[in-house]
Design a protein around this ligand. Structure first.
Ligand SMILES: Cc1cc2nc3c(=O)[nH]c(=O)nc-3n(C[C@H](O)[C@H](O)[C@H](O)COP(=O)(O)O)c2cc1C
Length: 406
């Protein structure tokens, strides 16, 4: 697929010029030079290359993935990262073979040189031609996975989400790395800790140009209750807590982006990732605070060719709503996300359309409701007992119940 003018939707973020706000999220579709070239050909604004580690990754098995389409999530633990020389080669070659795709180097240092090791990586990636650094404080599959199952030991390497849950560590690392490179530094942080906003604030107050969020969330992989020892994965024995991503993640990811935007204010950039599949997801992500949109799982499942349709959808939306640009959509939802005590419930009750009701009785079974009975083989709502909760409208298979305000 060749790039067309249709993919142009320029944005300036963190001093970088993107031809559109779409970034291929760090992962399996950002590992090889061919992928970088193809992403540019299709028209992606940027790519964050697969996590590069120095020293060589201390856990680095072959990739084993599962996509549970019926449950809308992707899950994995086993994953192969790049070693330092591979990452550098990819960026160096990629920079020469591509023109305007913005290349992020997603990096983690886990050796005993501490901050000097991080700085060395960042400097070398800048030298190789990376446009931005993305510090990986998010990977939950290495030391964090060991911690979660109670296997962490003193003296073992530490990386990813183990660091990203601690604002002090993130702040310190960002400060030292920002001081030694001229390109923007992003911190990719984890939702696995406490308040993600605190970590984001620590990163930007120490000089990060932006925050990438969200990475994956960890959960137990689906398992067979009759064979609990049997792995969910093909060609893999045993399982661990898995990294979950894809559409299932979207509401959680949007919450994280919202919280980060509230914490860091309007200036620093946010790359919003998590469950984005289409133009609506992308607009939603912008509306809760993202400047750029990262997509990983969807590119794994359907390739880079998803982009033009997403951009077409956004352009149509912008025209239809008389908006000026994609950037103008940012934060639109934020004023409407109130705290619980700011909400106003309105009086009212459910009503039944007797024409539509088939008398199946499903609404009578709602455990917290005493307001519904069958009368002449149709649901009947005792308005004075109706809580107004509206569960019945969602339970009814015939859409025969609606809410009426009074
Ligand atoms: C198989 C796989 C590998 C990933 N590897 C990395 C990685 O190396 N570095 C990183 O920062 N994020 C990594 N991620 C996280 C994604 O970049 C992204 O943040 C996350 O999956 C949520 O977005 P999505 O729902 O569009 O996939 C990986 C995700 C998947 C599914």
């Amino acid at each position: 697929m060749k790039k067309s003018k249709d993919i142009l939707m320029p944005v300036n973020v963190a001093g970088l010029k993107f031809k559109n706000p779409f970034i291929v999220g760090s992962g399996p579709t950002a590992k090889w030079i061919e992928q970088l070239i193809e992403a540019e050909e299709v028209g992606w604004g940027g790519m964050s290359i697969k996590l590069t580690m120095d020293p060589d990754p201390y856990i680095n098995p072959a990739p084993r993935y599962r996509w549970f389409k019926d449950r809308n999530f992707h899950i994995f633990t086993s994953e192969h990262r790049l070693i330092f020389a591979e990452g550098l080669r990819l960026v160096e070659k990629g920079r020469k073979k591509t023109k305007d795709i913005i290349i992020f180097a997603n990096i983690a240092y886990s050796g005993d040189r501490g901050l000097a090791g991080w700085e060395n990586m960042a400097r070398k990636f800048e030298g190789a031609g990376a446009d931005a650094i993305e510090l990986n404080f998010c990977c939950p599959n290495m030391s964090f996975s060991q911690e979660q199952v109670g296997k962490s030991k003193k003296g073992r390497p530490v990386s990813g989400a183990s660091l990203g849950t601690n604002p002090e560590i993130v702040g310190k690392a960002v400060k030292s790395i920002v001081s030694c490179v001229g390109i923007p530094v992003f911190a990719k942080i984890t939702p696995e800790g406490g308040n993600i906003g605190d970590v984001a604030k620590a990163a930007v107050s120490n000089g990060a140009a932006g925050i990438s969020s969200v990475s994956n969330r960890t959960g137990t992989p689906p398992f067979d209750i009759n064979r609990v020892d049997m792995s969910t994965y093909w060609l893999q024995e045993g399982f661990s807590l898995g990294c979950m991503s894809g559409p299932w993640l979207k509401p959680l990811a949007q919450k994280d982006v919202f919280q980060i935007r509230k914490a860091i204010g309007p200036e620093p950039a946010i790359i919003g990732l998590g469950g984005v599949q289409n133009y609506v997801d992308s607009i939603e992500m912008a509306m809760v605070g993202a400047d750029l949109i990262g997509i990983c799982t969807e590119t794994m499942l359907r390739g880079f060719g998803i982009l033009p349709k997403i951009i077409r959808g956004i352009k149509e939306y912008i025209n239809r709503t008389n908006s000026k640009s994609f950037s103008e959509l940012r934060d639109r939802m934020i004023p409407y996300l109130l705290s619980a005590d700011g909400l106003k419930t309105l009086p009212g009750h459910a009503i039944v359309d007797r024409e539509l009701c088939i008398g199946c009785g499903k609404c009578l079974k709602i455990g917290h409701c005493n307001a519904i009975e069958l009368k002449d083989k149709k649901a009947y709502i005792k308005a004075e007992q109706c809580l107004g909760c509206s569960t019945c409208t969602d339970i009814c298979p015939e859409n025969a119940i609606a809410m009426k305000s009074i």
